[in-house]
Design a binder for this molecule. Sequence first.
Ligand code: SF4
Length: 215
Amino acid sequence: MMSLPPNLDDAAILAARGSRPALDRSRLYRCLVEPEPLVRGGIADVAAVFVTGAECPFRCLMCDLWKHTFERRGSVPSVADQVEQALQELPDLPHVKIYNAGSFFDSQAVSAADRARIAELVQGRERVIVECHPLLVDRRCAEFAAAIAPTVLEVAMGLETVDPLVLSRLNKRMSLPDFDRAARFLVDSGVELRAFVLLGPPGHFGAKSVEWATS
Ligand code: SF4
């Protein structure tokens, strides 16, 4: 069963939002230990750090992560300070995941200076996982990967769906060739990749949504 979601642009999505929740500037949003499947099999505990930075510049239809960010035009607390605080609170695990409710390589959300400090903070870990929109995957990813080596960098990107019709209605401003380009760039730069896939995005229902998510 399929019925395309309405074609909403940034203005329509912004108009449909409620007010921005008040966030605590004095400490990081959250950190915890959670088990994750490993690329090469098995499961490992991962130190998961959820930091608060500037809001993502994209306005995807299904995304509510803006609630955990500050407005782009204002000042934002240091993301590196938040990562440092989290790593002091968490056990010393080989795998560290840093999610900023946006893109780690968006320099307004995570500044170049913060990325350089974070590279120092994660020295000695086995793997660092960050998230990024495919259009923001560029030389900054390769530079960060080189800065943390031999720690492996893994970048998580939102593919969302391989259905081009539904993807075009998510206001993600990304096409399947855009995702492909970013994935190839990461692989060529020695960076590992994970993809976020929506089960039942707007427009997919029932068994069809499982078929699309696994195709
Ligand atoms: S790119 Fe990611 S964080 Fe930004 S709006 Fe889309 S889903 Fe949300």
